[in-house]
Ligand binder design. Sequence first.
Ligand SMILES: N[C@@H](CCC(=O)N[C@@H](CS)C(=O)NCC(=O)O)C(=O)O
Length: 85
Amino acid sequence: MTEKNTQGLALYHFETCPYCQKVRRAMAELGINIELRDTRQNPEYREEQVNGGGKGQVPCLRIDQAGEITWMYESDAIIDYLKAL
Ligand SMILES: N[C@@H](CCC(=O)N[C@@H](CS)C(=O)NCC(=O)O)C(=O)O
């Protein structure tokens, strides 16, 4: 399998969220390992997500491309993005 460039990616999620589970399952299937930030266990993650992305909905993928930050919501969009890496 080709090495995926997962630098600058972080997934905001929490354990029991079914949409987050779907994304984590897709990550496992794709062999993608990105930093997981649990917004229930760490309120500061939720705070930075709300401040940066505008809402606390999870899953949310934080994409840092050379310092330009994008917040991607919606599990299907996130999975499509990860598949295209
Ligand atoms: N359509 C969204 C649904 C995501 C969703 O409903 N997430 C719930 C947790 S399971 C949530 O974050 N609810 C709180 C909120 O929307 O602020 C997706 O597929 O990602």
